[in-house]
Design a protein around this ligand. Structure first.
Ligand SMILES: C[S@@+](CC[C@H](N)C(=O)[O-])C[C@H]1O[C@@H](n2cnc3c(N)ncnc32)[C@H](O)[C@@H]1O
Length: 369
């Protein structure tokens, strides 16, 4: 069974599909297509384990275990009861079911969920619980029901390492894909002048060291009958590499610097990551070769914020224009006028990326003059 291939959906924030598809291709996965908020690949169980372990950009890896037409409840009920659950799921382990419906005759996701739950309970004998470690997902789209297992469990941005948080942290998975969009591949230094809990710097340092993002956590697939603990240990046993670069984060908030430093120690990259309490106005160019300045300063969310934040963005731009010749800049913001306030020579911004309900864009420069 482990060699059987099926479709896997790698999920991501809408707007980052290209970056995730590129990462998946580079890491040897068979990319089939992209949809809004995800990338479809073909793979077998070892691919599922490897995707969860090695992909920095995926939020979750969903294994599509079957699909069938379901135009009305009796059809859904019949098919769900006949489905070979035992081929995929463990006996006697609690399961959680979720459902969604789109452009279909069946539109009541609660009722769809109930039918799948009933089939699992009555035909497969599965205990059901909202807090179960394994989730079965039913998606009805254009009258076709697709069943998936969430093989990740807790979302993949939770790498089990960044436990200390500052305000408005970015998800690790999003930070990794944004670094990738900036052309970062682990071969240059990175500076984040307003680093918060250090997400960009930690991701950059880990990428440079060749550390596996999933090395310190558990996954839902470990509970499936297809899991092979010996093969899994072999996959995980990749020795870390070295890097000559130092990755630097700065913030004017002492709590953020404390959190980022603790996170770096936990991730084992404290020799490569330095965090300093310092305001943007005091930022100077680090010695050595140029690299990437990446930053998501505070966003303007309320009317009136843009004015207040304008001077912060202007100060950010001035420091970089005056001192960072040869460095590229990547700025994430939700407001084009704030990007403009930096006075930096940005290229056309990225498509909108959905970040906790806010539409943000990545603004990038070429190496500065
Ligand atoms: C949106 S948060 C960055 C979040 C970060 N990327 C993370 O993942 O945790 C913005 C950060 O900018 C910092 N900040 C605001 N004004 C600053 C200034 N003048 N100099 C340095 N840092 C500043 C805040 O303290 C905050 O931590």
């Amino acid at each position: 069974m482990p060699q059987e291939t099926f479709e896997l959906l790698l999920t991501c924030a809408p707007g980052l599909e290209n970056a995730l598809a590129e990462e998946a291709r580079e890491k040897g996965f068979a990319v089939q297509s992209q949809i809004t908020g995800g990338v479809l690949i073909n793979g077998n169980w070892p691919d599922v384990w490897r995707a969860n372990l090695t992909l920095r950009g995926a939020n979750a890896v969903l294994a599509r275990i079957g699909s069938f037409p379901a135009s009305h409840m009796s059809e859904l009920d019949k098919r769900a009861r006949k489905f070979e659950w035992g081929r995929w799921l463990p006996k006697n382990l609690a399961l959680k079911v979720t459902a969604s419906c789109k452009a279909s005759r069946l539109y009541h996701s609660g009722a769809v969920c109930q039918r799948i739950e009933t089939a699992l309970r009555e035909e497969f004998g599965a205990p059901l619980s909202d807090r179960a470690p394994l989730e079965v997902m039913a998606r009805i789209e254009r009258n076709i029901c697709t069943l998936s297992i969430d093989t990740s469990g807790v979302l993949l941005h939770k790498r089990g390492l960044k436990l200390a948080m500052a305000k408005a942290p970015m998800r690790e998975t999003m930070a990794a894909l944004i670094l990738r969009q900036c052309g970062y591949r682990g071969l240059e230094p990175v500076v984040d002048p307003m680093c918060g809990s250090g997400t960009f710097i930690l991701e950059a340092a880990e990428m440079a060291r060749g550390l596996l993002p999933g090395r310190s956590r558990e996954f839902a697939f470990e509970k499936l009958p297809s899991f092979n603990a010996e093969q899994w240990q072999q996959l995980k046993a990749q020795p870390p590499g070295e890097t000559q670069f130092i990755f630097r984060g700065f913030d004017r908030d002492a709590g953020a610097i404390k959190a980022a430093t603790a996170n770096a120690t936990r991730a084992g990259v404290n020799e490569n990551a330095q965090f300093t309490l310092q305001s943007i106005s005091a930022l100077t160019r680090p010695a050595g070769q140029p690299g990437l300045v990446i930053c998501n300063p505070p966003y303007g969310q309320r009317i009136g914020d843009a004015k207040k934040l304008g001077s912060l963005y202007a100060s950010f731009g001035q420091v970089l224009r005056e001192g960072f010749s040869g460095w590229r800049v990547g700025l994430i913001t939700n407001d084009a006028s704030l990007a403009k306030a930096t006075g930096l020579p940005f290229q056309k911004p990225s498509d909108a990326i959905l970040h906790g309900g806010i539409k943000i864009r990545l603004y990038q420069t070429h190496p500065l003059d």
